[in-house]
Design a binder for this molecule. Structure first.
Ligand SMILES: NC(=O)c1ccc[n+]([C@@H]2O[C@H](COP(=O)([O-])OP(=O)(O)OC[C@H]3O[C@@H](n4cnc5c(N)ncnc54)[C@H](OP(=O)(O)O)[C@@H]3O)[C@@H](O)[C@H]2O)c1
Length: 499
């Protein structure tokens, strides 16, 4: 990738989990592989008091433990990290940020190109830009200024619009980079290359040949320490509204005239704007909500969701969601998309399954093959094609076989993590893999009736931890004569989910 021009990163929320677990490891790897510019600094901001040295030492402890790095490994990187204690809600306090930035720009002798990264609680997302503007820190006369915003981008349509308005008071849309880390995943990007670099799949990619599409985003973990946040969000807001709808957009969008921020995001937004709203009367039939219950999984006793830390004991929050949706356009009219996501599933897996229609005149009625294309986003990233061949021996019987490609077969190529890729893209001013305002609003617009439905306290079905969700989710497909793909080859060991 292109090494960005000299530029700097200010992280609001630098003492938090995201900075430790994702941002700093990503920056370290980019530094170590010489992908960062010659002159760059990171200024962490938070309320906690740290000197630069104490901040570096805290991060060093984490990096040494998690990544088995030595002091020597870290010696070149750590001096680029700085810290400023600041109450982010207090506009006046930003005078000290301005001063500190001026000192650092001069010390590093770098242009004032700066990325402001909002890694704070979302309530601060509208406040920080205003405070930056109060001190002219958003002005671009001596270098570009960009803003990275983490999820959640709003809590519903109204709050997403309000947040957008607040961001746009200070930053132009092209300066705003909304992170959806799914878009930073190599295999999600591969959906575009797979579809649009090959002439052989695209002609089949429509209602004429595709029967239905399945999208699964399963996690094997529960809510862990995030119960406080998750109980107010649920699977609909946490996974579906953002990550899975972005994946769906990549699967369903029209080929763009070019791969750049405007052209690609125009097409993604069009798909999301074409989602057919689920009518009130259909919600009960088309949306299944579930919540995990206690269970013993591979010898380990796991708590029910309601017994998790910071979760209300009578919580009705869904840890599982399955739904059936349609896209109203020429390519996809009447093709169902079945999307499911859940916590405490048997394994961690994200995949898209394209189910093709059967041949128009099925001469091999016995065992007629069911053509499928499985695009595995994680883990064991790859693509599997299922088709029929003649069963060896007498007669003409068909049997299903598969051809598969695994990313790992490409050899030692180290894939960039999502945060590495997205940080680099933001520094390079490439917004292709960031969610645009119109797409985010379209997602919320589609989700809004489901949020209203949830507010009416519909049934939330229990499912034992370590299973594929409630029975009612199987019924959703069974009613249409279909079933979810079982994503693991090895039924006995779902720890590792082979393609
Ligand atoms: N963690 C993840 O994996 C993850 C994944 C996706 C999205 N996100 C999003 O990223 C954001 C940060 O998440 P997190 O998990 O890192 O949260 P966290 O661990 O709670 O950290 C929040 C950070 O914000 C700072 N902060 C809170 N109030 C502040 C204030 N008034 N002024 C200045 N700083 C303040 C805290 O520092 P002080 O206490 O020192 O003030 C801390 O550094 C959230 O919006 C979250 O939704 C996180």
């Amino acid at each position: 990738m292109k090494v960005p021009d000299n530029s700097n990163l200010v992280i609001f929320g630098a003492s938090g989990d995201l900075t430790f677990r994702k941002l700093v490891p990503a920056l370290y790897h980019l530094f170590q592989t010489k992908q960062l510019p010659d002159c760059f600094f990171v200024l962490g901001v938070g309320r906690s008091e740290f000197s630069d040295e104490a901040f570096r030492e805290r991060l060093a402890v984490y990096l040494r433990d998690e990544y088995a790095l030595s002091d020597q490994d870290l010696s070149g990187f750590l001096p680029h990290l700085h810290y400023l204690a600041l109450d982010t809600q207090n506009a006046q306090a930003y005078a000290s940020l301005k001063h500190r930035l001026d000192v650092l720009y001069e010390h590093y002798n770098t242009p004032h190109n700066t990325l402001f990264y909002l890694a704070t609680p979302p309530s601060l997302f509208p406040i920080i830009p205003r405070c930056l503007a109060a001190h002219g820190l958003h002005e671009e006369h001596s270098g570009w200024k960009r803003l990275i915003v983490e999820k959640p981008i709003g809590y519903d349509l109204k709050s997403a619009i309000a947040l957008d308005d607040a961001l746009h008071e200070v930053f132009r849309e092209e300066q705003i980079y909304r992170i959806d880390h799914y878009l930073g995943k190599e295999t999600v990007q591969n959906l575009l290359v797979f579809r649009f670099a090959n002439g052989m799949f695209e002609p089949l990619w429509s209602r004429n040949y595709i029967d239905y599409v399945e999208i699964t985003g399963a996690e094997n973990i529960g809510v862990e320490e995030r119960g406080g946040y998750y109980d107010g969000a649920g699977a609909l807001r946490d996974m579906f509204q953002n990550h899975l709808l972005q994946v769906l957009a990549m699967v369903a969008m029209e080929p763009s005239a070019a791969i750049n921020a405007d052209a690609t995001r125009d097409e993604a937004a069009k798909v999301l704007q074409s989602l057919q709203p689920i009518q009130k009367d259909d919600l009960q039939e088309r949306v299944v909500l579930g919540q995990y219950t206690a269970s013993v999984v591979r010898g380990e006793s796991l708590d029910a969701y309601r017994d998790e830390l910071h979760v209300k004991p009578d919580s009705r929050t869904e840890t599982y969601l399955a739904l059936k949706l349609f896209i109203n356009n020429w390519r996809w009219q009447d093709v169902p998309f079945y999307v499911r996501t859940g916590k405490r599933m048997p394994t961690r897996v994200t995949e898209v399954v394209i189910h093709f229609k059967s041949s128009p005149h099925p001469v091999f009625r016995e065992n007629a093959p069911h053509n499928r294309l499985i695009i595995r986003i994680q883990p064991d990233e790859g693509i599997l094609m299922v088709f029929g061949l003649k069963k060896p021996g007498a007669g003409f019987e068909a049997e299903e076989v598969s051809m598969d490609f695994h990313y790992q077969d490409l050899g030692e190529t180290k894939l960039l993590t999502a945060y590495e890729r997205l940080l680099m893209d933001a520094m390079n001013g490439d917004a292709t893999l960031f969610a645009r305002s119109d797409a985010v609003k379209a997602c919320w617009k589609f989700v809004e009736p489901i949020l209203d439905y949830k507010a009416q306290q519909p049934a939330v079905y229990g499912y034992a931890s370590g299973t594929w969700g409630p029975r009612e989710a199987d019924e959703l497909l069974k009613r249409d004569g279909r079933e979810w793909r079982f994503p693991c080859k090895n039924l006995a060991n779902t720890d590792y989910c082979e393609l």
